[in-house]
Design a protein around this ligand. Structure first.
Ligand SMILES: [Zn+2]
Length: 166
């Protein structure tokens, strides 16, 4: 039993930061996961490891009130300008606020280059999106081979962000 501070959650985030949640499409994918035995309610079914090797404890749809940056919680993550490599963590918050207010999704760096928030060099990986499928308490950041097409059928192309923390 890992300590709670070592909990690893996965956020499956659409690869288009502006893509909205399609309720019917995602509901169909969730029903499919239940039919395949991957999900039992919102908990793991007998075939949970066909979604993530080693299984998971809970799956939920994260629906933030506004676009969200999904990243590592405990220990955080770095966000760098892809042009000069400078850290842009301080500029990121204001840039997110601008995007949420309807302005372009850009972070301005001191080097003069403005970069799409989604195109920053994040380490470990992070992603911005309108929603995410959250897979709680996993052992790995890799989805199982079956898991990828199942999730893609529900939300389209995606990126997977691992987050350690509470
Ligand atoms: Zn720069």
């Amino acid at each position: 039993m890992p300590r709670p501070t070592h909990r690893l959650n996965l956020y499956v985030v659409p690869d288009d930061p502006d893509r909205a949640l399609d309720e019917l499409r995602l509901a169909a994918a969730v029903e499919r996961l239940r039919a395949e035995g991957v999900l039992s309610g919102w908990g793991p079914g007998a075939a949970a490891d066909r979604l993530v090797p080693g299984g998971f404890r809970r799956l939920r749809i994260d629906r933030p009130a506004q676009a969200c940056l999904y990243g590592n919680r405990q220990g955080g993550f770095h966000a760098r300008c892809p042009s000069c490599g400078d850290h842009l963590a301080r500029a990121l918050g204001p840039a997110l606020a601008q995007w949420r207010a309807g302005r372009p999704r850009l972070v301005a760096c001191g080097c003069g280059v403005s970069t799409d928030i989604a195109a920053l060099d994040f380490a470990p990986p992070a992603a911005v999106g309108q929603f995410a499928v959250e897979i709680r308490d996993v052992q790995t950041t890799e989805l199982a081979p079956d898991g990828k097409p199942w999730l893609a059928s529900g939300i389209g192309g995606f990126v997977v962000v691992g987050s350690r923390g509470p």
